[in-house]
Design a protein around this ligand. Structure first.
Ligand code: ZN
Length: 554
């Protein structure tokens, strides 16, 4: 038994319609199949003997047969018995696919897989959601594994987009052909799947479900309307290691209210989550008192964040227990609102793009100077997060080899030379109490303070010239406490950059201080929600919308 050779590197179209769809009849499926073959598809995937008979009469390409049957637990199971598989083959299916996820396996999928191969003599394809399930199915004799059910099982509910990395991992791990199916909507995703080693591609909804395709466009349209509506409000929460700022922000970036509470930073994960819930609830009460109903929550938090799942991938000991927390899921369950979450420095860049100095910029860098040094970069109009969501660690760009140890454990990081503590260190001879004092004194001509600001600017220029040489941005925005009322810093930084950055004169880089001020954190958190709304909520977030979108597996 072998997969049809013509599947290799080709497209198979899944022709299915859910109950209630205007296309829910076998004749329609046969028409979709004819159209698919006319367009170059080399195979069809179809559900149930009636559809398969109609499709077999209409086209001659191989058919992958499945039979979706609702089980006693109320959930659909794909091809739950040998008898059903036999009927599919009789109807004209050349191979059979069945649910080999953990749930399917609990219902006998692997024995069934062996039986179908032996007794019906056709290749059997395993629909799976995880690598473990794929390995088990391959060991049981599956002729191929299909990523069909990733994102649709209890274990993979967090996945709501196509993951080429998952395909690559399957290809590396299982010894049978891997067919990419599920969440594929663009030609770029097809290329990524083939690059990852996929044997073939199966596409369903994006070709044969006009309702789903329409919905995709409508949701983009709604998102645009929402993003443009100043009347709508979102809750922004900026969770810092010492203070939490929260407030109500309009869709056009107007701050309607703001409050600050101390962060229970060392009370553990549950206390932090509870604290966020209280902040969000207070904001919602405030909104309702004004006759408004917030539409979403944006959370900016210290630490690295996986924006789709909402999980904190890594947080330092400034917030013990925060690594691994999922504040997005928690807040979403607690308040019933969609939640978008982002790293706090990235969120400031989003705020500049959404409400601030970078609204017209596509390539810019926002760098924040305060207790820490951090930043966010937009490349080609999108926030760059990096492959593992660890991008933009601007404060940890090494600037001095073998320099003093940084909070991150490495040596000579930019942060050590350009944060608030550094400015006070450079100005030590002047006995200043705060950075504001140093900056004010520099402004008034105090030589010690001026020299301190200049020293900081020169160190900052080392890091910034690396960033500029790498990314060639059109705009560099400086934000945070050290930049407020500090024109000397900007002036010296620009002079230093001019002398250090290659082809400086040809770059028309603008240098600017952020105008978002003290509330930038809350605005950033809110901007993350506004941008996510206008890009369209992910499955997780959409689940919290009152009219929740339904999802289809093909
Ligand atoms: Zn560091």
């Amino acid at each position: 038994m072998k997969l049809p050779a013509e599947f290799r590197g080709s497209l198979v179209v899944s022709c299915q319609a859910s109950d209630g769809s205007p296309f829910r009849e076998s004749a329609s499926m046969a028409r979709f199949a004819r159209a698919a073959v006319a367009g170059g598809a080399r195979g069809i995937r179809a559900d149930g003997p009636e559809d398969i008979r109609a499709i077999r009469a209409a086209v001659s390409v191989p058919i992958i047969g499945i039979w979706k049957v609702r089980q006693d637990d109320g959930e659909i199971l794909i091809t739950p018995s040998l008898e059903r598989a036999r009927e599919l083959v009789k109807a004209g299916a050349n191979s059979i696919a069945l649910d080999c996820t953990a749930r399917g396996q609990r219902r006998g999928a692997l024995d069934r897989l062996r039986q179908i191969r032996q007794e019906l003599g056709v290749p059997v394809l395993a629909d799976i959601a995880t690598v473990e399930e794929a390995v088990q199915a391959a060991e049981a004799g599956a002729d191929a594994v299909l990523s069909t059910l990733r994102g649709y099982t209890a274990e993979t509910r967090h996945v709501d987009g196509f993951e080429p990395a998952f395909i690559a991992e399957l290809v590396r791990t299982v010894g049978v052909p891997v067919i990419a199916e599920g969440h594929i909507q663009t030609s770029g995703q097809i290329r990524a799947a083939l690059d990852a080693g996929a044997f073939a591609i199966i596409i369903g909804s994006a070709i044969t479900r006009p309702e789903t395709i329409t919905q995709m466009f409508v949701s983009a349209l709604e998102g645009w309307r929402r993003g443009n509506d100043a009347e709508r409000v979102v809750i922004g929460i900026d969770l810092g290691a010492s203070m939490t700022k929260s407030g109500l922000v309009s869709g056009s970036g107007e701050l309607l209210s703001e409050s600050v509470t101390p962060t229970p930073w060392n009370a553990g994960r549950q206390a932090l989550l509870k604290h966020l819930e209280q902040s969000a609830t207070a904001c919602r009460d405030e909104a309702r008192a004004r006759g408004l109903e917030p539409e979403a929550i944006g959370l900016a938090t210290a630490g690295w964040v996986e924006p789709v799942s909402g999980e904190i991938l890594y947080a330092t000991e400034n917030l013990p227990g925060w690594t691994g927390a999922n504040p997005a899921e928690y807040l979403q369950n607690a308040l019933g609102l969609p939640v978008a979450v982002e790293n706090d420095a990235n969120a400031l860049a989003v705020a500049e793009k959404c409400f601030g100095a970078a609204q017209d910029a596509t390539d810019f860098v926002c760098i924040t100077l305060g207790t820490g040094v951090g930043g966010g970069c937009y490349i080609g109009g999108r926030l760059n997060r990096g492959r593992h969501c660890f991008a933009n660690a601007l404060g940890h760009i090494p600037t001095v080899a073998g320099g003093p140890r940084c909070t991150c454990g490495k040596q000579g990081c930019l942060e050590y030379y350009a944060n608030a503590a550094a400015l006070l260190r450079y100005a030590a001879r002047g006995n200043f109490a705060t950075c504001e004092d140093v900056i004010a004194a520099a402004h008034d001509g105090d030589p010690v303070a001026q020299c301190a600001v200049e020293t900081l600017a020169r160190h900052l220029a080392t890091g910034c010239s690396a960033i500029i040489n790498l990314l060639d941005p059109e705009l560099l925005i400086l934000a945070g406490g050290l930049v407020q009322n500090n024109s000397l810093l900007l002036r010296v930084l620009e002079e230093e950059l001019a002398s250090r950055v290659t082809v400086w004169d040809e770059r028309r880089l603008r240098l600017q201080a952020s105008a978002l001020g003290y509330s930038a954190g809350v605005l950033g958190a809110a901007a993350v929600a506004v941008v996510t709304m206008s890009d369209g909520w992910s499955g997780r977030q959409a689940a919290a919308r009152p009219a929740s979108d339904t999802q289809n597996t093909d």
